[in-house]
Design a binder for this molecule. Structure first.
Ligand SMILES: *[C@@H]1O[C@H](CO)[C@@H](O)[C@H](O)[C@H]1NC(C)=O
Ligand SMILES: *[C@@H]1O[C@H](CO)[C@@H](O)[C@H](O)[C@H]1NC(C)=O
Ligand SMILES: *[C@@H]1O[C@H](CO)[C@@H](O)[C@H](O)[C@H]1NC(C)=O
Ligand SMILES: *[C@@H]1O[C@H](CO)[C@@H](O)[C@H](O)[C@H]1NC(C)=O
Ligand SMILES: *[C@@H]1O[C@H](CO)[C@@H](O)[C@H](O)[C@H]1NC(C)=O
Ligand SMILES: *[C@@H]1O[C@H](CO)[C@@H](O)[C@H](O)[C@H]1NC(C)=O
Ligand SMILES: *[C@@H]1O[C@H](CO)[C@@H](O)[C@H](O)[C@H]1NC(C)=O
Ligand SMILES: *[C@@H]1O[C@H](CO)[C@@H](O)[C@H](O)[C@H]1NC(C)=O
Ligand SMILES: *[C@@H]1O[C@H](CO)[C@@H](O)[C@H](O)[C@H]1NC(C)=O
Length: 416
């Protein structure tokens, strides 16, 4: 036995001495309880003094000569803390629970073990009890959000609840078990920038205390709601500036590519969210596609630049085709004009407007929402000095086509 002891001394290992294992600080909640996990060790020679009749004492460290006894396991006093040593002292377990925590419990405490014979020891190490509600912790674990909190001593046990801003319906799949609550969902763009808050609620005697932790999700997703808008959005005059703006919701941000489709041909234009025409004109007609792309995908949106479709180009009438055929007694001419708004067409014979009458027959045909075709049939003899004019006008201007009617005996083309 003595040899063994000597060996231990020489090796400097096994000479058990007094020591204690305690958390340094412990957070508690006023009105609830606190469990101090505690184990201790004693010098070997006192092993036989530690029996089932051992006593555990807690002192409040007042930094003075006389520290205050606040708990005695076998001799409780009315002014002592309400509590219980739940560990078995003879098994060196000094785990203690204090009930009905108040601000009086704030401070530093140390433990004293008293056994039979000479075993009486106050441990140096102190524990500090603070009355702060412990916060839950939110974290991301693979496809779910987890809220966890340290199990605390309180009755009834605290509850965890989830909420979100902006509010989104939270799936019912949360599981509550040992103060872990998992929120399962499939992350979509709907959860992007949504802040999830986990709230722990303690039901205490006189009030409910809560503490929270939050986590904001950043979900990456392919372009959504890609759209092209045209500025100005109302009609514009030919020759003015027009901007196409592409917008898309995506994370991370997209890059934009413009292309134009006309007469079945695709033409790459430029990148960037806008496409500007300094002077719009009819040759810009066609389909414009905006492709929004990030590493998760692409989405297209298109707009038609035309008179009539999604974009309305206002322009003064333009007479596109006209021709005449003449015989001795009948002259037929027609004239087509394009413009937006749709033009009106008038015929002037030698400077005077021609109206529908028995010997001048005018018929009109709408070609599209912007095009009009008018033909005139003149049943009258015309002199070689006669001029026939087709005039197209709308609110933005006019265009005219002059026919010098030169009559030869037979079918003769009109000279323009
Ligand atoms: C000490 O006792 C407590 C309460 O009885 C028990 O929960 C804990 O596991 C024990 N600790 C050890 C180290 O045995
Ligand atoms: C805590 O204190 C309240 C009164 O303040 C008392 O009714 C209750 O029994 C106490 N709880 C414990 C566990 O001592
Ligand atoms: C949450 O998702 C995980 C992983 O898919 C699954 O193991 C778990 O059972 C789900 N929990 C609930 C409550 O649906
Ligand atoms: C605490 O919350 C519980 C459950 O929501 C409720 O029944 C109780 O009235 C609340 N107590 C106080 C003091 O607000
Ligand atoms: C797309 O637009 C719809 C309707 O305006 C909206 O409800 C939806 O949240 C938008 N999606 C994105 C990703 O912004
Ligand atoms: C746009 O972004 C995608 C993915 O991030 C990339 O592959 C592509 O080269 C980019 N295009 C342009 C024109 O920058
Ligand atoms: C988007 O347009 C480009 C050409 O502009 C085309 O190659 C691509 O297939 C289109 N993508 C989608 C998703 O429509
Ligand atoms: C001219 O009159 C004829 C029949 O009288 C009619 O069908 C035609 O629409 C009229 N033309 C115009 C421009 O009013
Ligand atoms: C076209 O001009 C005539 C007179 O030349 C006028 O009466 C008519 O209102 C004009 N039409 C439009 C659409 O401006």
């Amino acid at each position: 036995m003595f040899n063994m002891f000597l060996l231990c001394v020489l090796l400097g290992v096994c000479c058990r001495d007094f020591s204690i294992s305690l958390p340094q600080t412990i957070e508690a909640l006023s009105g609830s309880c606190v469990i101090i996990k505690c184990t201790f060790e004693i010098r070997e020679i006192f092993d036989t003094d530690l029996t089932e009749r051992a006593r555990g004492l807690w002192f409040k460290d007042r930094d003075t000569m006389n520290d205050l006894l606040v708990f005695h396991s076998t001799d409780p006093k009315p002014d002592h803390f309400n509590g219980k040593i739940t560990g078995k002292l003879h098994e060196k377990n000094c785990t203690t629970i204090f009930y009905n925590i108040t601000s009086n419990h704030n401070g530093n405490f140390y433990f004293r073990i008293e056994g039979n014979g000479g075993l009486k020891w106050s441990y140096d190490k102190t524990i500090s009890i603070g009355a702060l509600p412990p916060n839950p912790q939110c974290s991301c674990i693979s496809v779910s959000l987890r809220c966890s909190a340290e199990t605390l001593c309180s009755s009834p046990p605290p509850t965890l609840t989830w909420s979100s801003t902006p509010r989104i319906p939270l799936s019912e799949s949360s599981r509550l078990e040992e103060l872990i609550s998992d929120l399962n969902f499939t992350a979509t763009h709907r959860q992007h920038r949504v802040t999830f808050t986990c709230t722990i609620t303690y039901q205490l005697q006189d009030e409910n205390k809560t503490a929270q932790d939050s986590i904001t999700l950043h979900v990456q997703y392919s372009p959504k709601n890609t759209s092209v808008s045209v500025l100005p959005s109302s009609s514009v005059l030919e020759g003015s500036s027009v901007t196409l703006i592409c917008r898309s919701d995506a994370n991370p941000a997209v890059n934009y590519t413009w292309s134009r489709e006309s007469e079945g041909q695709m033409e790459q234009l430029q990148t960037g969210d806008t496409l500007t025409f300094d002077r719009i004109d009819l040759k810009h007609r066609g389909w414009y596609h905006c492709t929004a792309q990030n590493q998760h995908g692409t989405q297209n949106s298109s707009v038609m630049l035309d008179h009539s479709r999604s974009f309305s180009l206002i322009d003064a009438p333009q007479i596109s085709t006209s021709s005449c055929s003449a015989r001795t007694d009948v002259t037929v001419c027609f004239c087509e004009a394009d413009g937006n708004p749709s033009p009106e067409l008038e015929w002037h014979l030698s400077g005077r407007p021609v109206t529908n009458s028995s010997n001048t027959f005018i018929s009109e045909e709408r070609l599209s929402s912007t095009g009009l075709r008018s033909s005139i049939t003149l049943h009258q003899s015309l002199t070689h000095t006669s001029t026939l004019q087709c005039v197209g006008n709308n609110t933005h201007g006019n265009d005219e086509q002059l026919f010098h009617l030169v009559f030869i005996t037979q079918k003769a083309p009109c000279k323009f």
